[in-house]
Design a protein around this ligand. Structure first.
Ligand code: FPP
Length: 273
């Protein structure tokens, strides 16, 4: 699926980029009529980024915040419909208490500092995950930004926090059982945290790991995968644009035939049925 407003919005990005820059050259190469409707990102490698510099792991998380900002702003400027960022998994509670507390502090700072940018770019913020298990102050800040941006109609920014793909499916199935409705793909989709949003077209993972890590298990059934060795704090606008360009070269078949396969349909000597 592609966004309807991508071609209109792309102009906003092109006008914001510096003349002669690599970013502008990459943005110009993008087909504005085929912007992904939904991009999902596993932001990985903050710890390794810090270790490479002999810094504590939390310094890597802090260094990851500007990459979040650039990614969100660029997606809004080019007309991406939805962006889902994996910020904290249900498994991340196993990390040292100090690291987990720092992540909550960074998240609260981020929410406060980015509200203006969200309003400027018409971004609608939502948090997805088992939010009831989060510290009360974090929940309050999430609720606040969700409410303040609820009237915005541009990019839908989903922050996955205390999120697990299996937990999401368990929650959806529980809701189905409670509602006593027929089990169909649609009735399950309608009970996911992302209900009403298109499935991701493109899933990006930084830091080179070839894993899904329990992220959007149902929704990524037909997503195109893009894995880069770049560690999250080093993920730039240029890298995002390269991922989208790569995605636009893919032949998406959804289990059918590719556009170039149609000419090969003559019989191949199979016995008559
Ligand atoms: C994975 O890197 C990253 C996280 C668990 C947290 C992501 C958080 C941020 C990008 C910063 C804060 C985000 C917001 C939205 C304010 P890792 O620590 O697993 O890296 P490693 O695999 O190298 O150890």
């Amino acid at each position: 699926m592609v966004t309807e407003n991508g071609s209109v919005k792309m102009k906003v990005l092109l006008e914001a980029l510096a003349p002669g820059s690599e970013d502008l050259a990459l943005a110009r190469a993008i087909d504005s009529t085929r912007i992904p409707a939904h991009i999902a990102i596993i932001m990985d490698g903050n710890g390794r980024w810090a270790r490479q510099r002999n810094l504590p792991r939390v310094a890597g998380h802090k260094a990851g915040v500007p990459a979040v900002r650039t990614t969100v702003e660029t997606c809004a400027q080019m007309g991406v419909g939805a962006l889902t960022l994996y910020a904290f998994s249900v498994e991340n509670w196993k990390r040292p208490r100090m690291e987990v507390d720092t992540l909550w502090r960074l998240l609260r700072l981020y929410l406060r500092s980015e509200l203006a940018l969200m309003m400027r770019h018409d971004i609608r913020f939502t948090a997805i995950g088992r939010l009831g298990e989060l510290p009360a102050q974090v929940r309050a800040d999430l609720d606040d930004v969700t409410r303040q941006t609820s009237g915005n109609r541009g990019l839908r920014l989903n922050l996955a926090i205390n999120y697990g793909g299996r937990a999401e499916l368990v929650d959806a199935v529980k809701a189905l059982v409670k509602a006593d409705v027929e089990v169909t793909e649609q009735s399950i989709s309608e009970r996911l945290y992302t209900a009403g949003q298109p499935d991701p077209d493109l899933l990006i993972r930084t830091s080179g790991e070839m894993r899904i890590s329990n992220f959007l298990l149902w929704q990524i059934a037909y997503a195109e995968l893009y894995v880069t060795e770049t560690l999250w704090p080093d993920f730039t606008r240029a890298e995002l644009l390269r991922a989208i360009l790569d995605y636009q070269k893919r032949d998406r078949r959804y289990g059918g035939l590719g556009s170039s396969d149609a000419i090969e349909l003559e019989p191949v000597g199979l016995p008559a049925q």
